[in-house]
Design a protein around this ligand. Structure first.
Ligand SMILES: *Cc1c(COP(=O)(O)O)cnc(C)c1O
Length: 396
């Protein structure tokens, strides 16, 4: 029996969300999360996954996973620091460091977990973190967990960052300072101004932390936003995920050897949560090898992204200022956005609406994530459906 207080809380709040059109309904897939997906028996063009390079269903990754499964079994059996570090974990970390051109790397169970782990291993209540206002939820939670003072700066506003960095430094109130930013902001597809961030950090002796979940595999010929700007030597923490472009699950921090050594003894998810499964680790390692061998998937992703953007823009949709293949189609009003997404779905395109609180009120959008695995025909069909629904709803 649940308590009355809980029931009352849940019912009121669920009703409230539903009445405002903010309640998210989850549609389970009956197929792999590839360029085409199946939901309730219906085939749809999938423009909502983070599977940028199509690696989630790649035969080479499946083969690597199967081999590791045969060799090691399904689970790692313990946390990393007891005896849950298998040879594949070490091989993956070496591969990540090589790919990111850093001295070392440490793998975690997810990208979210990286931010839970790394920020609070270094920062505490005597410190302050300068955080972009649009940073990912896991960064916000990671910052809170550290108990450091959080100083938000306006999104990608380098004047605001400089002012606040200077103030924080000159106040003498804080022991350590850190600037944290997403590499690529996933709602708009814009890229952080890392050269300027690094400059400000150097000027005031501030640590730099870049969460590149959406940049890895996409920018810098696949190696990410930091590489894109040639700043491998200048960014202290490079966070990445193995669940988006890499197509599997997991996350990592890449950086100097002493940083990684510290995280291995002090970051709590590494010490107290069981390590990644052998199959996931082996598949992730294979994915990175594929990215090192050739830029074919990366190039195809960009080609498809540019093609979709051009098509939607020519139809008159507002697609924002994305600098990556992420293509938001901004509708504005929350319920109209949801209605638009639903109509696209009826016609055969799966493109999720993203509304407040994930993005600011009044900037509801349908976000399109083309991948390397889409064909021109799929994209043409999607664009034709956008045109039909856009005209029907008076959006274009
Ligand atoms: C998706 C994302 C994460 C979480 O990564 P997972 O591996 O899915 O847990 C963390 N940070 C940013 C910026 C992200 O976009």
């Amino acid at each position: 029996m649940s308590s009355k207080a809980l029931d009352q809380f849940l019912n009121e709040n669920l009703e409230d969300l539903k009445s405002k059109g903010l309640y998210n309904v989850i549609d389970p897939l009956e197929s792999p999360n590839g360029p085409m997906i199946k939901i309730e028996g219906k085939e749809l063009i999938n423009l909502s996954s983070n599977n940028y390079l199509g690696l989630a269903t790649d035969a080479r990754l499946k083969e690597a996973a199967e081999k590791a499964l045969e060799r090691y079994g399904v689970g790692a059996g313990a946390v990393r620091t007891i005896n849950g570090t298998l040879k594949v974990h070490v091989e993956l970390e070496e591969k990540i460091a090589e790919f990111k051109q850093t001295e070392a790397a440490i793998a975690y169970q997810s990208g979210f977990m990286c931010n839970m782990a790394a920020i609070s291993a270094v920062m505490d209540k005597e410190d302050a973190i300068l955080s972009d206002e649009l940073n990912h939820a896991s960064i916000i939670d990671g910052c809170r967990l550290s108990r450091a003072k959080i100083i938000r700066f306006n999104h990608s506003d380098m004047n605001d960052l400089r002012t606040k960095a200077k103030e924080a430094k000159e106040s003498g109130q804080y022991k350590k300072l850190m600037i944290i930013t997403d590499g690529v902001f996933s709602m708009d597809g814009d890229v952080a101004n890392l050269p300027e961030i690094v400059k400000i950090a150097e000027e005031f002796d501030i640590m730099t932390y870049v969460d590149d979940a959406h940049g890895s595999g996409v920018l810098g010929k696949g190696a990410g936003t930091v590489k894109h700007f040639g700043l491998q030597e200048k960014v202290d923490f490079q966070i990445g995920t193995l669940s988006k472009a890499i197509g599997v699950v997991g996350g990592y921090v890449a950086g100097k050897q002493n940083l990684i050594d510290w995280l291995k003894v002090r970051s709590r998810p590494f010490l107290f949560s069981t390590s990644l499964t052998p199959a996931d680790v082996a598949a992730s390692k294979r994915a990175i090898e594929i990215l090192q061998e050739s830029t074919e998937l990366h190039d195809k992703l960009w080609e498809n992204g540019n093609y979709l953007k051009k098509g939607l823009k020519e139809l008159g949709f507002v697609i924002g200022e994305s600098e990556t293949p992420i293509t938001p189609c901004i509708i504005g009003d929350e319920s109209k956005t949801q209605q638009f997404s639903k109509r696209l779905n009826d016609e055969g395109v799966y493109a999720k609406s993203i509304v407040f609180p994930t993005v600011p009120k009044g900037t509801g959008r349908v976000r399109n994530m083309p991948t390397a695995a889409h064909t021109k025909e799929m994209l043409d069909r999607a664009i034709a459906i956008y045109e039909k629904v856009g005209k029907e709803m008076g959006i274009i």
